[in-house]
Design a protein around this ligand. Structure first.
Ligand SMILES: [Zn+2]
Length: 370
């Protein structure tokens, strides 16, 4: 290894040490933990400090009598933006290097696959940066997420049924902004955000319950995209042969049973109203909900059988599910062939912002690792 490479590696290790530390650290602690000499650590700290990537945190008592200076990573040294495109809204979030949300905006703007919409999108992001006084010099990039299948190799959004997209050129989005841009499927992005928040889980399956049902797989600390980038399409697992019609054109898919529409459409209610009436003991809502939980448990149990990992639920429905989690876990325990008790199922923590946060994390992850 050349001297330059070695220096680069040392600096990255020092930075990672700060990134993973749960409290400010002294120079001596770093040297001991990384087996580096004090002069090497000092030089690296000076470099990182000059780049604004670490900062002084305070003084602590040390054994030698002199008080030692502690340092920590500067979370605000850079930030990343995540943008979610959905049929009626644009959601924009900015996160710092520790994935803390620093700004959020939800704008009513119906999706339209044309130049006028894209100009509105660009203007919305620029206005967002201005409104929250975000310094563009610190911006790592713009992540864009949407409910579609992205094919980076062919430079296409293959299909996004609920946005009416078929074979859209990715460059229409990646070249729209004067910043680096990354485009990702919404459920994959959401799964990544939830996984980032679960440091206890090395592997997990993410099941997204919205109007569409999808998901993502994180295996051994990395997303598993699949050969065709269609992994985690749990919505189209068959659960009932020749069952209810699905948006994909087939019958009996999980999505046909566990889409949020299943709860709202028959009674013509908004999702909030449905759960309100359910809480009040409404018999019609209860009948639908009971069937929904039965069907959902079948889907989750299948994921568990194939993947043998924890399952995290996401999507607009999760905030309402807290009270019913024990009921669903009981169903999972009854279905399980190996005596698992259902505690492998969790509710996501990022709620409605998971997709935006997840796609923004792409740039944070790249920055930290490089
Ligand atoms: Zn389907």
């Amino acid at each position: 290894m050349s001297t330059a490479e070695l220096r680069r590696r040392n600096r990255r290790n020092v930075y990672h040490y700060f990134y993973n530390a749960d409290a400010p650290r002294t120079k001596q602690e770093i040297a001991a933990a990384l087996h580096l000499s004090l002069p090497t650590v000092t030089q690296n700290l000076r470099d990182l400090m000059e780049q604004g990537l670490i900062e002084y945190a305070g003084l602590i008592d040390s054994t030698g009598g002199r008080r030692a200076r502690t340092m920590q990573m500067a979370a605000d040294a850079r930030f990343s933006v995540g943008v979610e495109l959905s049929p009626k809204h644009i959601r924009i979030v900015a996160i710092d290097l520790l994935a803390n949300e620093i700004a959020f905006q939800r704008i009513s703007c119906p999706f339209s696959n044309d130049a006028a919409y894209r100009q509105q999108l660009l203007a919305a992001v620029e206005a967002f940066l201005d409104a929250f006084h975000l310094d563009r010099a610190r911006l790592l990039g713009i992540g864009v997420t949407l409910p579609g299948i992205i094919n980076e190799a062919r430079g296409l959004i293959e299909v996004a049924p609920i946005l009416g997209i078929r074979k859209m050129n990715l460059a229409l989005l990646t070249e729209l902004f004067p910043y680096p841009v990354f485009v990702e499927n919404d459920a994959s992005a959401g799964g990544y955000a939830e996984w980032w928040n679960r440091s206890d889980l090395d592997s997990m399956a993410y099941l997204f319950l919205g109007k569409g049902v999808g998901g993502a797989l994180l295996i051994g600390g990395r997303p598993y995209a699949g050969v065709n980038r269609r992994s985690g399409e749990f919505g189209h697992m068959g659960i009932v042969p020749d069952g209810r019609p699905c948006s994909c054109g087939k019958r009996g898919c999980l999505e046909a049973y566990c889409s949020v529409s299943r709860l709202t459409d028959d009674l013509d209610l908004q999702i909030e109203e449905f759960f309100e009436k359910l809480q009040q003991g409404d018999a019609d809502c209860f009948a639908i909900w009971k069937q929904y939980m039965d069907d959902l448990a079948v889907g989750i149990n299948s994921i568990r059988m194939v993947m043998d990992c924890d399952v995290v639920l996401g999507g607009m429905i999760t905030p309402f599910m807290e009270d019913y989690l024990p009921d669903i876990r009981t169903r999972l325990a009854a279905l399980n062939s190996f005596g698992d008790d259902g505690r492998y199922l969790h509710l996501g923590k990022c709620r409605a912002k998971a997709n935006c946060i997840g796609v923004a994390l792409h740039f944070v992850d790249t920055f930290i690792n490089e």
